[in-house]
Write a protein that binds this ligand. Structure first.
Ligand code: ZN
Length: 438
């Protein structure tokens, strides 16, 4: 049997995930622009990522790739020339996709372009205006209440012009062309749980997968939310049927129970595998049904795509007060939560990789197991009784239709014990592994 994927992770992987989030945190990211390229460059230093470009104006299904947005600096100056709001302090201060502006405006006019959170007066909100041309600043409500001058100078030094949309892919070739897709959005500026946690975990997963040759081919996709995923789907029509299992990963850095959101069908193998892994953990993890709201699972589960892509998060979107605010920062996420999520993903992948179906080659009564030495050498299973039971369950259920996960669930035995029993029975010539229907 192959070593467990998690065994390739260094002991301090939680700290390393966190440090990667620290490195990515200050970058001004949006759905396009230099910030996405810089972020993909940092990921590429950890594990190779191919960066692709789709030009502005490209029709992608019902959408059009927008102009590229690049922000250099933005600030509001009071009448004494003090920069009271400055993008150098937080990339959240500027509404993403703001049009350039350089003007002196009245306080009344300025207020029409300001966004605050009165219920959390110290936090800066995160706002975007991708498809409606406007400009704006986000600031704490405390800053807002200190605006008493009658006139302010506003500067947004940005360009909004034809360019490209970028996405990155780490493809780890496996023994088959069938793919497992792991998808993380990469369009949020200085926000940690949403979405640096997903980016860092996906990047580390790619790095771990490269330590071995997996059965499936893995495609780790770093794309801007919605438009990036739609652009990828529209330009990879041939790849879509090869996606056998997939997960959108996001919101994984905060100490909170994991939440798995099922695929549109709710009965895909990935649904069973992740539900099983979560149910095996001593935690309050939850499994919820699909809904056409949330992250890029919306695109993968649209009826014309219908890929088996679920979603792994902790609290679901808007399920925590810091969501889309400056309080979703490096203080909100922990190395432990990041590592725990990565470890859970490794467990999911281990089962996907090993979830074979077998046929019992001596199905007439029980085989005389003592003859094959199968009652000796039971090392590896969690107990002798479990090991014996696992042999009998695997023999009984191996009709070519039941997967090892089906057998684990029906028997209540750990998947690893069932898998170990199957490998021993196969080694003794009592089982034949079914060729997957690739
Ligand atoms: Zn978000």
């Amino acid at each position: 049997m192959k070593p467990l994927l998690w065994q390739h992770a260094p002991n301090d992987v939680g700290e390393r995930l966190y440090r990667l989030a620290e490195e990515l945190f200050p970058i001004i990211r949006s759905i396009t622009g230099q910030g996405v390229r810089d972020s993909l460059g940092i990921i590429d230093a950890l594990t190779p990522v191919d960066v692709h470009s789709i030009p502005t104006g490209t029709q992608v299904f019902d959408w059009v790739v927008p102009d590229e947005w690049n922000l250099r600096r933005a600030y509001i100056e009071d009448s004494a020339g003090h920069r009271i709001v400055d993008s150098i302090n937080s990339s959240l201060h500027v509404v993403s996709y703001s049009t350039p502006v350089n003007a002196t405006v009245s306080l009344d006019e300025l207020r029409q372009h300001l966004h605050t959170l009165p219920e959390h007066p110290e936090w800066i909100p995160y706002r975007t205006s991708y498809y409606r041309r406007t400009w704006g600043f986000c600031l704490s409500h405390q800053q807002y209440e200190n605006l008493t001058d009658q006139r302010y100078r506003v500067t947004i030094d940005a360009t909004l012009a034809p360019g490209v949309l970028n996405y990155g892919e780490a493809v780890i070739a496996g023994e088959t062309n069938d793919e497992v897709l792991i998808s993380a959005h990469i369009c949020h500026p200085s926000l940690c749980n949403d979405n640096l946690s997903g980016i860092t975990i996906a990047a580390w997963l790619a790095r771990l997968l490269r330590q071995r040759t997996p059965r499936y081919t893995y495609r780790i996709l770093f794309a801007p939310g919605t438009i990036g995923t739609i652009a990828w789907l529209a330009t990879h029509r041939d790849s879509i049927p090869r996606i056998k299992h997939g997960l959108v990963v996001a919101l994984l850095g905060r100490p909170a129970p994991l939440t798995y959101k099922r695929t549109r069908s709710g009965t895909a193998e990935i649904d069973n595998v992740v539900s099983y892994v979560l149910s095996s953990r001593a935690s309050n993890d939850v499994v919820i049904d699909f809904s056409p709201w949330g992250y890029d699972e919306r695109q993968y589960n649209s009826p014309g795509i219908a890929a088996n892509v679920g979603r792994l998060t902790r609290a679901a979107e808007e399920g925590y007060p810091e969501y889309h605010t400056s309080a979703d920062n490096l203080d909100l996420i922990t190395p432990e939560a990041l590592a725990d999520a990565l470890q859970t993903l490794c467990a999911v992948i281990d089962i996907l990789e090993g979830n074979d179906r077998y046929r019992n080659l001596l199905p007439y009564g029980e085989p005389h197991l003592g003859k094959y030495g199968l009652y000796n050498d039971l090392g590896g299973a969690s107990s002798v009784e479990t090991a014996k039971l696992a042999l009998l369950w695997v023999l009984n259920q191996s009709d070519g239709a039941s997967s090892l996960l089906d057998i684990a669930q029906r028997s209540g035995l750990p998947f690893a014990d069932v898998q170990f029993a199957a490998s021993r029975l196969e080694g003794a010539g009592l089982l034949e592994r079914m060729r997957a229907a690739y």
